[in-house]
Ligand binder design. Sequence first.
Ligand code: AMP
Ligand code: ZN
Length: 117
Amino acid sequence: MSDCLFCKIASGEIPADVVATSDTALAFRDIQPRTRVHVLVVPRDHHETLAGMAAVDAQGAADLFTLAGEVAAAEGIADTGYRLISNVGEDGGQEVGHVHVHLLGGQRVGPMVATRG
Ligand code: AMP
Ligand code: ZN
C-alpha cells in the first residue's frame, strides 16, 4: 500500500533500525520503546490484521513468530523471557494498519493488560 508507513519501512523508502530480516518479514526497533527491548516484527506484504493474514498466508504469519524468536535470541532475552503482542483495531490500540508483532522484554514487562473496565 502506497501510503502505509510499515510498507515504506519494508521497502526501504523510510529508514528504520532494522535488527533482522527474512524472506517474508523484517524486524526493527520501535521508535518509541516501551521496554528495554522493543522490536516490531512485520511482514513484507501488507495485511491489516494478524488473523486476516493467517487466513490467507498461514506460513507468512508463522514466519513472524520464527523471526521474533530469532530476535529474542539475538537480543539475549530468549531465556529471561519476553512478551509478544499484536494490537487489533481501536479497542486493541492499533495505530498502524499493517500487521506487526511487538516483542517486549529486557525487563519484567508488567501486567498483561490495563485493568478491566
Ligand atoms: P500499534 O499501536 O500496535 O499499532 O503499534 C505501532 C507502533 O509503531 C508504536 O509502538 C509506535 O511507537 C511504532 N512506530 C510508529 N512509527 C514508527 C517508525 N517510523 N519506526 C518505528 N516504529 C514506529
Ligand atoms: Zn503496509
